[in-house]
Ligand binder design. Structure first.
Ligand code: GRF
Length: 190
C-alpha cells in the first residue's frame, strides 16, 4: 500500500519535525516524498533539508487565483505519488480544486478541541471563553474551515495563569504526539 506523504508548511515546522522523528524512530511507517512551503523563509524547510527530504517553495503570490495555485500544488503532489497530504501549519485556505483532488486524503492539525475555537488564535479564543481545558485535533480537511471529521483529539488543562503563549506551548507538546498517531491511523485504514 502507498504510504507516501506530502507535507505542506508555512512556518516553523515543529509538527513536520515530529513526523520526521516518528518515521526515524520507526513509530510511523511512512515516507515523506516532499515538503512544500508557500513561504521561502519558512524555518521548517531547513528541518526537511537536514533530514534529506525534497523541498519545494511555491509562492502563492505568483499565481493569479487560489485555484491556479492549488492546481500546481496538486500537480506537484501527484507527480510524487503522494497518498496522504498533511497540512502542518500551512496558512492557506484550500479551494475545491485541492480538496476534491485528494478526497478524505488531506489531514490538518489544529490547536483546539474542534469544533471549539476554529480559525485564527484558538488559544486566545479558549482563554477568552474561560475554558478549563483545550487541546489539539487532527481532522480530515473538507470544504469547510477546520470542520472535517475528527481523527484524534487530546485534551490539556487550561491553567489560571495561562497566557496564549503558555497554552500554545502546552498544546504543541501534545500536537507532536498526536499527528504521527493520526497519520498511522489513516494509513492503516482506521
Ligand atoms: C500548530 O499549532 C498547528 O496546530 C497549527 O499551526 C501550528 C504550526 O506549528 N495548525 P508548526 O509550524 O508545526 O511548528
Amino acid at each position: 500500500m502507498n504510504r507516501t506523504l506530502g507535507i505542506l508548511i508555512s512556518g516553523r515546522g515543529s509538527n513536520l519535525k515530529a513526523i520526521i522523528d516518528a518515521i526515524a524512530r520507526q513509530q510511523l511507517d511512512a515516507r515523506i516524498a516532499v515538503v512544500i512551503s508557500n513561504r521561502a523563509d519558512a524555518p521548517g524547510l531547513d528541518r526537511a533539508i537536514a533530514a534529506g527530504i525534497e523541498t519545494l517553495v511555491l509562492d502563492h503570490q505568483a499565481y493569479a487565483s487560489r485555484e491556479d495555485y492549488d492546481r500546481v500544488l496538486v500537480s506537484e503532489l501527484r507527480k510524487r505519488d503522494v497518498a496522504l497530504v498533511c497540512l502542518a501549519g500551512f496558512m492557506r485556505l484550500l479551494s475545491p480544486v485541492f480538496v476534491d483532488a485528494f478526497p478524505n486524503r488531506i489531514l490538518n492539525i489544529h490547536p483546539s478541541l474542534l469544533p471549539k475555537y476554529p480559525g485564527l488564535h484558538p488559544q486566545q479564543q479558549a482563554l477568552d471563553d474561560h475554558a478549563t481545558e483545550s487541546g489539539a485535533t487532527v481532522h480530515v480537511v473538507n470544504a469547510d474551515l477546520d470542520a472535517g471529521p475528527v481523527i484524534l483529539q487530546k485534551t490539556v488543562p487550561v491553567l489560571p495563569e495561562d497566557t496564549a503563549d503558555s497554552l500554545a506551548g502546552r498544546i504543541l507538546e501534545i500536537e507532536h504526539l498526536l499527528y504521527p498517531l493520526a497519520i498511522t491511523k489513516v494509513l492503516d485504514g482506521n
